[in-house]
Ligand binder design. Structure first.
Ligand code: ZN
Length: 298
């Protein structure tokens, strides 16, 4: 069956091309490569809906990426947007959330449509028109950092992570604003201001997420943990501690045969939970399963 880019995303791409005829399209993309095909991705054609592709990647060079993000988040056809290590999701009111995937989307913005027929409909995204789809102009326009910093000090932008999210959603560089705020509050000294620290989870929290299957499997899991700033070995140690229960230190690695026998004995639970626990403990689930099948079949 043939596949095709959703007409709505075609409209968006046409609009960007018209606004920036010389923009760099190197990181553009829409149809899934083999890596995408191996997992669930809106870049893969939905053959249950006549082969529509519901995702578009747009290269950051030569466009106003803040404006693109703001327009996309304001559009009724959008499900989520990923840009610069942040994900903006409809179900989360398009508030900025830390993106924990491997690719931080710093070279391109990803836009996914809702899985509805209406979301596929062609039509303007308001990128090139001056129409105010958003109350705030994009980063380069709008207010200066000095003005926004004054507003922050006056309490108009809230506090903490919420403030950072709101500033970014409005297209401002939250770090630059924070630096200016710090500079003023410290009496105008030009000392470099610390950037607001992103919310960090404890190793134990992340270990629990690993056990819950939220960080995938190795070796990808280690890469993702490191990319997110965690020590993969510290997290793995915490995972092993948790899964090991009383026998705190699981320094001894089990061979596949022993592990398979334990599975057959029921020591690792069943179904998805078993898969989660085995992979969380750092073993390759597929080879364990193959060994279990081999033994059981005999
Ligand atoms: Zn993408």
């Amino acid at each position: 069956m043939a596949y095709y880019l959703a007409p709505s995303l075609k409209s968006l791409r046409d609009e960007l091309n018209a606004a920036h005829p010389n923009r760099d399209r190197t990181s553009d993309g829409w149809i899934g490569d083999p890596a995408h095909a191996a997992r669930k991705s809106d870049h893969n054609p939905d053959y249950s809906a006549s082969g529509v592709v519901r995702a578009l990647d747009v290269d950051h060079d030569g466009i106003d990426k803040a404006k693109l993000r703001i327009r996309a988040c304001a559009d009724s056809r959008t499900e989520y947007v990923i840009q610069d290590w942040r994900i903006y999701t409809r179900s989360n009111g398009f508030r900025a959330a830390r993106y924990t995937g491997v690719n931080g989307h710093t070279a391109h913005t990803h836009i996914s449509l809702r899985h509805t027929k209406a979301a596929e409909a062609a039509g303007s995204w308001g990128y090139s028109s001056g129409a105010a789809a958003s109350p705030t102009p994009p980063s380069s326009g709008g207010k200066s950092v000095t003005v926004v910093a004054g507003e922050v000090i006056a309490g108009k932008w809230g506090s903490g992570a919420d403030r950072v999210n709101r500033l970014q959603a409005a297209g401002y560089d939250a770090r630059a604003v924070q630096a200016e705020v710090n500079r003023r509050l410290s009496g105008g000294s030009a000392a470099p201001a610390p950037a607001p620290a992103p919310a960090r989870k404890s190793v134990d929290q992340v270990a629990q997420e690993v056990i819950d299957g939220r960080w995938g499997n190795n070796p990808e899991r280690s890469r993702r943990l490191q990319a997110a700033g965690y020590s993969a070995s510290a997290v793995q140690a915490a995972v092993n501690r948790r899964l090991g229960g009383r026998s705190a230190n699981r320094a001894v690695r089990l061979d596949v045969g022993t592990l398979a026998q334990q599975v057959i004995n029921g020591q690792w639970g069943n179904g998805n939970e078993r898969r989660r626990r085995i992979t969380a403990a750092g073993y390759d689930y597929e080879s364990v399963r193959a060994e279990v099948n081999r033994r059981v079949r005999r």
